[in-house]
Design a protein around this ligand. Structure first.
Ligand code: ADP
Ligand code: MG
Length: 319
């Protein structure tokens, strides 16, 4: 397939929004930013073999490439609007590109996101997406807003994607549910908008709760106590990883959850629970922010849990 045919495919399927004055097809897109909002921009790249197992279906790669980006907008409590897509492909296989777009655009449609441009090149498979969204000035959530005494909330369940990846790496028994959570993460954009105004700080969980919460703690100048017995755990994860030390390690250091972690005053707990009930999503208080620096991991027996390693880091030397 020629590059022009590829681009024509993207153009035909890109999705419509009234604020897209000119989308795919020219040298650049022309987009209208609402006068009263801040433009919120984030980019993330997925590289084959690093960010997804090499047997991942094209549609799942498309979904995930957008999902991890939407998740960053969720963490800022920004409403998504536009995406650009830079695709590096070993070959321009029509079927692969169509399936990739099926996954990407299915999620884009769910969030009313229009594909407004991008770039297509040949090389080892890599997908780089930039998303653009809006937040009213002063209402975006930052990592730096956590206050001593806040509850620490986590949406959904955590550790599932890491469990799916661990099973894939061992090539033994594999849970389809865990693998699905690895391949098709659900960005929590509606949840983030629902707690905007209640939450003090937020971060999305891409590299594991311990590492990501750690970023929030450092940027907020506070510490935290986590109750490991309260980590929200799916039935599948509990069934496949019955040992709690291994399960906690997956939940604390495994990546790819794309759940939202946020903090809020305990007085707002009821309002937050009601907001989540309306969304048919669970959120769980897993600990408290403290003025004592550092992250303390407490077992249900009141003992300190020691992690074998922190979250995923691309440039860490193997030890
Ligand atoms: P230029 O050479 O001027 O950068 P291109 O030929 O790369 O233009 O792109 C032509 C049009 O197609 C542009 O509007 C660009 O944004 C769009 N485009 C190219 N690749 C992609 C892609 N992977 N996804 C979405 N739009 C794309
Ligand atoms: Mg040009």
């Amino acid at each position: 397939m020629a590059e022009f045919d590829l681009i024509e495919r993207f153009r035909q399927r890109a999705g419509q929004r009234a604020d897209v004055i000119l989308g795919i097809g020219d040298d650049a897109a022309l987009l209208r930013v609402p006068p009263d909002a801040l433009l919120v921009v984030s980019a993330d790249t997925l590289v084959a073999g690093v960010h997804f197992p090499d047997d991942t279906a094209a549609a799942d790669i498309g979904w995930k490439a957008l999902a991890v980006n939407l998740s960053d907008l969720a963490a800022m409590a920004a409403k998504p609007a536009w995406a650009t897509l830079c695709l590096t492909l070993p070959q321009a296989h029509e079927d692969w590109v169509d399936a990739f777009l099926d996954g990407f655009l299915e999620l884009a449609a769910q969030h009313d996101v229009a594909l407004v441009g991008g770039d297509t090149t040949r090389g080892p498979l890599s997908i780089s997406v930039t998303v653009h969204g809006f937040a009213p000035a002063g209402q975006a959530l930052r990592r730096s807003g956590a206050k001593a005494g806040d509850d620490i909330w986590v949406t959904g369940t955590i550790g599932d994607a890491a469990g799916g990846l661990a099973q894939w790496q061992r090539q033994g028994l594999m849970s389809a549910k865990l693998r699905h959570r690895l391949d098709r993460p659900t960005p929590r954009n509606e949840a983030a908008l629902a707690v905007r105004g209640l939450a003090h700080a937020a971060i999305d969980l891409s590299d594991g709760l311990a590492a990501d919460l750690g970023h929030m703690l450092r940027q907020s100048g506070v510490g935290a106590d986590l109750d490991l017995g309260r980590l929200p755990t799916s039935r599948s994860l509990a069934d496949h990883f019955p040992g709690e030390a291994e399960r906690w390690t997956l939940q604390l250091t495994g990546g790819d959850d794309y759940e939202l972690c946020f903090t809020a005053a305990p007085a707002d707990a009821l309002a937050i629970e009601q907001a989540f009930a309306a969304l048919d999503l669970t959120a769980t208080v897993v600990g408290q922010i403290s003025s004592a620096l550092g992250l303390r991991l407490n077992t249900p027996e009141g003992e300190a849990f020691v992690l074998p390693q922190a979250g995923f880091e691309h440039f860490r030397e193997p030890t």
